[in-house]
Design a protein around this ligand. Structure first.
Ligand SMILES: [Zn+2]
Length: 216
């Protein structure tokens, strides 16, 4: 397990009094081994932030991921701890592997942009030394074998299920319902051979290919 007593400390070492602000950050690695960082009005950081008094690290991370990146996430293992001092704050920070369950594409807080970069480039952009340390230390470990997002898979065909609903066959071998069920789901194209033919090659996000994070 990880212990605060042995956690690395980053930032200025003077004796100034700082506000204690427990914080939590995410390491998300995509299929290309790139790490997600967030450009915000006040700097570039790993996704995450301060833990509110009523929150666990996991629930704080889930909230921050939606606010900053528009992601619904699954929180995996705690990878490590570090203490980041800034001019105002003392931030005991925990770093978690996450997987993105759903990318809504719409952060709920304005002014945040998610960037995916190779780990060394991500580390150079990050404002806090502790974040750069976490990327250098952990990104490689959660790279292999981790699928952090529902990967895009091409449609290669269609079939109907027992209830005559249309199902897309994906290149990965998984399937996905593409129902036309007005007024809830509108896909009139799926009812005609021409409509279906026009969607061959279209990419869908495959839940079957998205796993929770694992740490090697
Ligand atoms: Zn799949």
């Amino acid at each position: 397990m990880h212990e605060w007593s042995t956690a690395r400390r980053f930032g200025p070492r003077d004796e100034r009094t700082r506000t204690f602000r427990p914080s939590v950050y995410a390491l998300a690695v995509n299929e290309r081994g790139q790490v997600a960082i967030v450009r915000a009005p006040d700097g570039t950081f790993l996704p995450g932030g301060g833990i509110d008094p009523n929150e666990t690290p996991e629930s704080a991370l889930a909230r921050e991921a939606m606010e900053e990146c528009g992601w619904r996430i699954a929180v995996g293992d705690c990878l490590g701890l570090a203490v980041q001092a800034t001019s105002l704050y003392e931030k005991p920070s925990s770093f978690f592997a996450i997987s993105i369950v759903d990318d809504t594409g719409t952060p709920t807080e304005a002014g945040h942009t998610t960037l995916w970069l190779p780990p060394d480039q991500a580390a150079q952009q990050l404002m806090h030394e502790s974040h750069a340390w976490a990327v250098r230390e952990f990104a490689g470990r959660i790279g292999p074998g981790i699928r952090t997002i529902r990967p895009a898979r091409r449609i290669i065909g269609f079939h109907q299920d027992a209830e005559q609903h249309w199902v897309a066959d994906l290149e990965c071998g998984h399937t996905q319902h593409v129902r036309h069920m007005p007024p809830w789901q509108l896909r009139p194209w799926v009812l005609t051979p021409e409509g279906r033919a026009g969607k061959i090659g279209l990419e869908l996000r495959c839940a079957g290919c998205a796993d929770g994070p694992t740490v090697s």
